[in-house]
Design a protein around this ligand. Structure first.
Ligand code: PYR
Length: 320
């Protein structure tokens, strides 16, 4: 069987980390694309030289030419500018929309059958725009955010309760921004609802609120600490889990920025919802029962995403 081909559009810190993880896992051959000349080629060469040490045969090449992503099975898009300390993800809209337009056209012209995972921020608007520009079916274009946000939530809960992260199942819905909705009612410690675990461990509701707030601001906390650039290890790890679910037809239920039409009262919006990921791409959006408070928090979050889409339409005529 021919090896799978993974194209990584954007060869910055997330792109390089994606390539390393995909190679170590032998997910397929990897093409690193970037508009910066020499950079993807240099990273590809460096990463290829990990092969003899780590024992992988994945071929890693760097390119500045979209023609080289032809026939890719999976495309992961990180192209664009990351935020700087003090910026919100939404501040990147204007600059990254232009980048996403050329990426969408590159995908449309070279690998229209690929499964495309977008990481570029502001995520929920960029994945929508990428779908519009590429013209791919909605089930083949998805955004990576919920896996990352849920992993941040899980990490903080594991630290608070002093338990293994392996036993924490945490859940974040909504847009990948300050209004995201960490859902305590669906988060458990190996089946024990977080609120019950908090009582057992003597953790107050105020402390749980602090953890929810820290989760919402989780990306910004790292941007501030790094001083230059945004998180890359956990975002890359999250997207790889999604790519593996697609390539292995795993039918995992992961929170992803999926196209939602009809469910959650939404009418054609990309936003973070539990999604079955398998060989069909985003095979199903799972609609879960939410409390009135969770519903209204989700509405605030989806309203914020809709505002971003309006801003995109104002910036690019072809999106109207
Ligand atoms: C984050 O770290 O949250 C990004 O969006 C990259």
């Amino acid at each position: 069987m021919a090896r799978k081909k993974i194209a990584l559009i954007g060869s910055g810190m997330i792109g390089g980390t994606l390539a390393h993880l995909a190679a170590k896992k032998e997910m397929g051959d990897i093409v690193l694309f970037d508009i910066a000349e020499g950079m993807p080629q240099g990273k590809a060469l460096d990463l290829s030289q990990c092969g003899p040490i780590e024992g992988f045969d994945a071929k890693i090449t760097g390119t500045n030419d979209y023609a080289d992503i032809a026939g890719a099975d999976v495309v992961i898009v990180t192209a664009g500018v990351p935020r700087k300390p003090g910026m919100s993800r939404d501040d990147l809209l204007g600059i990254n929309l232009k980048v996403i337009k050329s990426v969408g056209e590159g995908i449309k012209n070279n690998c229209p059958d690929a499964f495309v995972i977008c990481i570029t921020n502001p995520l929920d608007a960029m994945v929508w725009a990428l779908r519009e520009f590429s013209g791919l079916p909605h089930n083949k274009v998805v955004g990576m955010a919920g896996v990352l946000d849920s992993a941040r939530f899980a990490t903080f809960l594991a630290w608070e309760f002093d338990v293994s992260v392996k036993d924490v199942n945490a859940f974040v819905l909504g847009g990948h921004g300050d209004t995201m909705v960490p859902v305590l009612s669906y988060s458990t410690i190996n089946g024990i609802p977080v609120k019950d675990m908090a009582k057992i461990k003597g953790v107050s509701e105020d402390r749980l609120d602090e953890i929810v707030k820290r989760t919402r601001a989780g990306g910004g906390e790292i941007v501030k600490l790094l001083g230059n650039g945004s998180a890359y290890y956990a975002p890359a790890t999250s997207a790889i889990a999604m790519a593996e679910a697609y390539l292995g037809d795993q039918k995992r239920i992961l929170p992803c920025a999926s196209y939602v039409e009809g469910k959650y009262g939404l009418d054609g919006l990309y936003v973070g919802v539990p999604t079955v990921l398998g060989a069909g791409g985003t095979e199903e959006v799972v609609e879960i029962e939410l409390s009135d408070e969770e519903k209204s928090n989700l509405k605030v979050s989806t309203d914020a995403v809709e505002e971003l889409l309006d801003a995109c339409k104002g910036l690019d005529e072809s999106l109207k």
